[in-house]
Design a protein around this ligand. Structure first.
Ligand SMILES: [Cu+2]
Length: 149
């Protein structure tokens, strides 16, 4: 019984969560976000399937006053957030996961009412390729994010 329950939860979350954005050179998999008051954090996985390195410079959105790319570093045994001012480079064939405890987006000043499960549009800006519009799905209720695609 427990197994079946878990299976149903997993299937349900798979159907509800799976969304991705694919171009000739990259796959952005399952962008999702947590919202806390007017701020939030964004997560996704980006894979370079092209023949050149990809340089993600920034992410912008009409729904957010300011978006920063952050990473988390350990300093004297304490984890601290640091802005990635030069963006992030994804080498050919590599993928980078933006996740809790690692690289992530910070959303400062969300100016739109976003309920659980709703989508927020954002634009990824790259140094060497076209902009990519994606939608972050609000999943604030999730404490962790364990699922397979
Ligand atoms: Cu941060």
């Amino acid at each position: 019984m427990k197994f079946i329950t878990i299976l149903i939860i997993m299937l349900g979350s798979f159907i509800a969560q799976a969304h991705k954005y694919e171009t000739d050179t990259m796959i952005v998999d399952h962008p999702w976000m947590k919202v806390i008051n007017n701020n939030g954090a964004g997560y996704f996985k980006i894979k370079n399937i092209g023949e050149d390195n990809i340089h993600l410079l920034e992410v912008i959105s009409d729904s957010v006053n300011k978006i920063e790319l952050h990473t988390i570093i350990m300093e004297d045994g304490v984890s601290k957030m640091r802005p990635l001012k030069d963006g992030v480079i994804i080498n050919v064939g590599d993928s980078i996961e933006f996740k809790a405890g690692g690289h992530h987006l910070m959303f400062f000043g969300i100016n739109k009412d976003l309920g659980e499960g709703e989508l927020m549009e954002a634009i990824f800006k790259f140094k060497n390729s076209n902009d990519l519009t994606v939608k972050f799905k609000v999943e604030s209720n999730k404490s962790s994010h364990n699922h397979d695609h």
